[in-house]
Design a protein around this ligand. Sequence first.
Ligand code: URA
Length: 433
Amino acid sequence: MRMFDIIAKKRDGGVLSREELEFAVMGFVNGQVPDYQMSALLMAIYLRGMTEKETAQLTDVMAHSGDMVDLSAISGIKADKHSTGGVGDKTTLVIAPIVAACGVKIAKMSGRGLGHTGGTVDKMEAVPGTQTAVDRERFFAQVNEIGISVIGQSGNLAPADKKMYALRDVTATIGCVPLIASSIMSKKLAAGSDCILLDVKTGNGAFMKTLDDSIELAKAMVSIGQHNGRKVAALITDMDTPLGHNIGNSLEVIESVEVLKGHGPADLTEVCYQLAANMLYLAGKGSLEECRRMAEEAVASGAAYEKLKQMFAAQGGDVSVLDDPDKFQKAKFSRPLLAAESGYLVRMNTEMVGNASVCLGAGRITKEDTIDFAAGIVLHKKTGDKVEAGECLATLYADHEEKFAAAEEMFRAALTFGPAPEPVPALVMARVT
Ligand code: URA
C-alpha cells in the first residue's frame, strides 16, 4: 500500500477502506507518513467528503491510535456528555451530579477552555484544592464509591486526533463535518462510556453558526457512535446568547450551585433538565418524561447538590465555598456597565462576549497564561430584554483595572439595540437520534 495512492483515490472521490484509513492514520502517528502527505489527504477529504461508514471507520482507527479506557472495572451503566463549546456553558457541573444522583455512573474526562469558550476542568479548579489530574485507579475507585468523577483528559487518548488537529489548524481543513465529527468522537469512544449525549451548540457563539450545519454535525456524530456500538443522541441547543448570567470560572460554579439548589436562571435550568433527561433516557432509566421528572426530583430533594459536593470533596476541593459563595476569592475590581440608551437588546454577539471575558482574565490568550478564577462577567440584561438608559447591562470583574477598557469596548460592541423586541431562538432546537 502507498500513501500516494490513498491520497489519489480520495482526490478522485473514492471511498477509502478500513485498511487504507489505518495505513494513513497509523503511519502518520508512527512518523512513517509525513505531514505533507497527511495534509494532502485531509484536504482531499475536506473537498470530497466521506461516507457514513468511512467516517465511522476513520473515527474507530483514530480512537484506537492510543489508550482505549476500559471502564469495565466500574459497575453499571456509564454515561458521558460532550458540548461542542459555548459561552457560560456550565451544564456539566449541573447535569453530571443530577445523572449520578439518579444512579447512572459518570466517569468523565473534560477539557479546558478553548478560545472564547470555557472548559469544565478550569471551572472545577476554581474550587480551591480540587484535583483534576487523577490517576486511573483513583478515578475508577471514586466512581465505584460515589458514582461520579470529572477529571482532565489523562493518558494517551486518541493521539492521532491531536496530530491531525494540529495539521488541520494550519491547512484550512478545520471546517469539515467528517473531520470535526471524527475528531470529537474518537476521544469520546476512547473515553469508554456506554452512552454519550452530545450537546451541539448553534449560533453566533458556537463553532457551528447555523442550525443546518449543527444538525449535519450532530447526525454525523450520532452515526459514528452507533456504528461503534454506543448509545448516542444529540441535542441542538442555542448559543446565540450566553447560557445563564455568569461567565467566568468561579462565577459559573456559583451559578451551577444555584441551579442545583433550585433557583438558577430559567434558560440554564431548562437546558440542564433536557440534557440530564436525555442522558438518563440513553442509560435506560425510563421514558423521556419519566427521566425529566427524575432529574427534577434529584434537584428538589437536594440529592444532586449533595452529589456535587461529594465529588468535589473526593477530589480534594474545599466544599465550604459551594455552601457559601462569599468564600470564593473575590476579584479586586468590578465595573458596572450602564446602558447609554433605552430600547430592546435584540442581539448579543456571543463570541465577542466570550472574548471580553477572556480579556478580563477568565480564559487564556496564550497557552502559558494562567487563569484568574474570579474574573468574568455577570450579565444583568440578555437578548430580548427591555433596557432603560442608565440601567446596568453587566458587571465586569478583574484583578487589574487596566483590563476593563478593552473588555468594555468589546462587550459594548457585541450588543445590538432596537426599538422593538425581536424573536429569540428556542433553547433546544432539535434532537438527533
Ligand atoms: N473540537 C474537536 O475536538 N475537534 C474538532 O475538529 C473541532 C472541535
